[in-house]
Design a protein around this ligand. Structure first.
Ligand code: SAM
Length: 307
C-alpha cells in the first residue's frame, strides 16, 4: 500500500501543487471520522475523499483521464467538467469505508464520482439553494466548498438542519490571510498596477472568488454560533509558502503538458510518470513538512462542529 502523499502525487502528477495542498488537508482532518449516514457536500469527482479513505488507484490512473476544452483553460473554463464511458478509475484497492451521499452541482463530476463505487448514492443539486435532504438525516458531513457559495451563513444553517443532534460537520474555510498570499490579489487587485494585470491568467478566477469569503477565526465562530453549532475542534493549515507554491505550481503549463503527455507512446508513459513522481517527492516531502508548521497566519481553518 502506498502512502496518501504518494497516491496524491501519482493521481495529480501534472499538478503537484494540488497533491501537496490535498495532503495537508488530509492531515488537518485527522480527527474527523464519518459516522452514521454521511454526506460529502461538493464531492466533485470524489478522488480526494476516496484517497483520504485509503482507497488506492493503480499507477496508470490519473485525475486527467477525461478533460475537455483545454484550449479555453486560460478563459477560466473548468476543464475537468467532462465525462464519457472512456473514464475508468483504475482502482487497485477499495477505500476502507463508503460515504452515503456525494453531492455536487456538476453532473459530469458526479458521474466520475459514481463510477468509483465509493458513494452509495450521488445527488446533483445547487448548494446555494435549500438542500434536497430531510431534517436530521445525516450523522456526519464533510465540505470544502462552503466558501465557493454565495452565502456561507445560509449554507451552514442548511447543513445544521440536515444534521442529527450530536452529529458532526467538518469544514475547510479560508482565513483572512489567504488574500495576502495570492500573487494576483496582492500585486494586482490591491495595487491596481497594470503591469501585474497578466496575473489574471494565473488566478483563473480562483482567489478572486474565494477572497470574498476569507474570515478570521472569530468571524467564522460567529456564523457557527448563530447557526446553532458549537466548535469541537479547530486548527489552521496551509502556511504562506505552501499557498504561494500552489498559486503557481505547474498550472501555467497545464494545457501544454496535457498535449505533451498525449503524444507520448503508451508503453513509455509508465516509466516517464514513475520518474516524474520520484522527482516530485524531492520537493513535495520537504514542502509538506514545512506545511505542517502552522500558526494563526496559516491560510485555512479546519473546523469540526457539533449540533
Ligand atoms: C474545490 S472543488 C472540491 C471538490 C472535492 N470536495 C475535492 O475535495 O476534491 C469544489 C467543488 O464544489 C462544487 N460546487 C461549486 N459550486 C457549487 C454549488 N453551487 N452547488 C454544488 N456544488 C458546487 C464544484 O462543482 C466542485 O466539485
Amino acid at each position: 500500500m502506498t502512502s496518501i502523499l504518494e497516491q496524491l502525487l501519482s493521481v495529480f502528477w501534472l499538478r503537484p501543487e494540488t497533491a501537496v495542498w490535498r495532503y495537508l488537508d488530509t492531515e488537518a482532518m485527522r480527527r474527523f471520522e464519518f459516522e452514521g449516514r454521511s454526506l460529502d457536500f461538493g464531492c466533485g469527482d470524489g478522488i480526494f475523499s476516496f484517497i483520504r479513505a485509503r482507497g488506492q488507484f493503480t499507477a496508470e490512473f490519473d485525475a486527467f483521464q477525461k478533460t475537455e476544452r483545454l484550449d479555453r483553460f486560460y478563459q477560466n473554463v473548468d476543464v475537468f467538467d467532462a465525462y464519457d464511458e472512456s473514464y475508468v478509475p483504475l482502482v487497485a484497492s477499495p477505500a476502507s469505508y463508503q460515504i452515503s451521499v456525494g453531492f455536487d452541482h456538476k453532473a459530469n463530476l458526479l458521474r466520475k464520482a459514481a463510477v468509483l463505487n465509493f458513494y452509495k448514492e450521488t445527488v446533483e443539486g445547487d448548494g446555494n439553494a435549500p438542500l434536497p435532504f430531510d431534517d436530521n438525516s445525516f450523522g456526519s458531513i464533510f465540505s470544502n466548498i462552503v466558501y465557493w457559495l454565495d452565502n456561507p451563513a445560509e449554507v451552514i444553517s442548511e447543513l445544521r438542519r440536515i444534521l442529527v443532534p450530536g452529529g458532526k460537520i467538518c469544514l475547510m474555510l479560508p482565513n483572512e490571510t489567504l488574500p495576502q498570499y495570492s500573487f494576483y490579489n496582492s500585486l494586482y487587485v490591491e495595487t491596481k498596477d497594470e503591469q501585474w494585470k497578466w496575473l489574471e491568467l494565473l488566478d483563473r478566477g480562483r482567489l478572486s472568488d474565494n477572497i470574498k469569503q476569507s474570515k478570521s477565526d472569530d468571524d467564522w465562530r460567529q456564523i457557527f454560533s448563530s447557526a446553532g453549532l458549537s466548535v469541537s475542534h479547530h486548527s489552521q493549515h496551509l502556511p504562506k509558502v505552501v499557498i504561494q507554491a500552489w498559486d503557481i505550481g505547474f498550472r501555467p503549463m497545464f494545457p501544454a503538458l496535457m498535449n505533451m503527455v498525449a503524444g507520448v507512446e503508451p508503453d513509455k508513459l509508465p516509466g516517464i510518470k514513475a520518474e516524474w513522481v520520484r522527482a516530485l517527492r524531492m520537493f513535495a516531502d520537504p514542502l509538506t513538512a514545512i506545511g505542517e508548521r502552522n500558526d494563526q497566519s496559516s491560510a485555512f481553518h479546519c473546523y469540526i462542529l457539533t449540533k
